[in-house]
Design a binder for this molecule. Structure first.
Ligand SMILES: [Zn+2]
Length: 309
């Protein structure tokens, strides 16, 4: 199997059910796309009312020993339900719809397209606690390509549902497979689970990696290796030299006024663009974290931009 999965949960023996003690084998090819390739909530699906949801939050407040009527908590049920609306909006969004807008102009391009470092936050379905990290997605288009931001949106749609990291990985791969019908898909997700870092064994900084390969990535170990080395390789903004009006001296990054709206010469600290771009593209980042040779190294992008939308 493709997935490299380290056990995350549970910490207490009493939590361990016999069925949970074995890591399930994920076979996305056998997933029924109908189960996840649409908005997960149908219009006619009965839902508790908002007032009922807020009352449930008040119940939980009472359960933990709080007084839900004290002043500081009066608006908490409303806020929690609003936060849920945001964190779980993926149930109302359709992944297939996002991927259906494609472009036909591949200009003979026949290699894979990799979008790296798509940041996401999801909620684990076992504890309803966040896990967050980065997704790396590659696919080899056949004739049609999808706008790069769409893969970031796809990730968010699935991430904004209750998930396991394994299923999140599998669903992203299967959705791209099903809708774009590419020659292959590779998805790797690295994440930290707060149900492991702030409760349970309370180990901070442990990363969980999952991966899924289909088509040519599944069948060709050399393509898998190339995908993994590009995922692990230097970031685009670490490869490129500074633009002509950018300088880096002794850890202080200079950047033109117009670009960031801050005074030139101010120490901007770590690259603010890092990880910000929803599509994971570093092309917009003009900070140079460490070229000592005067920045004359030509920019060799790790990503190939086929289409922008
Ligand atoms: Zn969990």
């Amino acid at each position: 199997m493709d997935a490299l999965i380290k056990s995350l949960r549970p910490s207490k023996p009493s939590d361990v059910k016999p069925a949970d003690s074995k890591i399930p084998e994920i076979r996305p090819a056998e997933l029924d796309p109908a189960e996840f390739l649409a908005a997960a909530v149908r219009a006619d699906q009965p839902r508790p009312s908002r007032a009922e949801a807020e009352a449930a939050v008040a119940t939980l407040l009472g359960y933990i020993g709080e007084n839900p009527d004290r002043e500081g908590l009066l608006d908490t049920p409303r806020r929690v339900v609003e936060a849920y609306d945001e964190l779980y909006q993926g149930y109302h969004q359709c992944p297939a719809e996002v991927l259906n807008r494609t472009f036909g102009e591949t200009a003979g391009y026949d290699d894979f397209v990799l979008i790296r470092d798509i940041e996401f936050t999801s909620q684990c379905e076992h504890h309803m606690m966040p896990f967050y990290g980065r997704a790396h997605i590659a696919y080899t288009p056949v004739e049609r390509v999808v706008g790069l931001s769409k893969l970031a949106r796809l990730t968010d749609i699935f991430a904004r549902r209750l998930q396991t990291q394994e299923h999140l990985t599998a669903q992203i791969a299967a959705a791209i497979d099903e809708v774009l019908k590419p020659r292959g898909v590779a998805v790797m997700i690295e994440a930290e689970h707060t149900c492991m870092s702030v409760r349970g064994v309370a180990k901070h900084g442990a990363s969980t990696f999952t991966s899924r390969f289909t088509g040519m990535f599944r069948d060709n170990p050399a393509e898998q290796a190339r995908f993994l080395s590009m995922v692990r390789g230097p970031r685009a903004h670490e490869r490129r030299g500074p633009a002509k009006d950018h300088r880096k001296r002794r850890g202080v990054v200079f950047q033109p006024l117009a670009q960031r709206g801050v005074a030139q010469g101010r120490n901007l600290g770590p690259c603010p663009a890092r990880g910000r771009d929803a599509a994971g593209l570093r092309s917009g980042c003009d900070l140079d974290p460490g070229r000592a040779n005067g920045g004359r190294v030509p920019h060799r992008p790790a990503l190939v931009l086929l289409s922008q939308d």
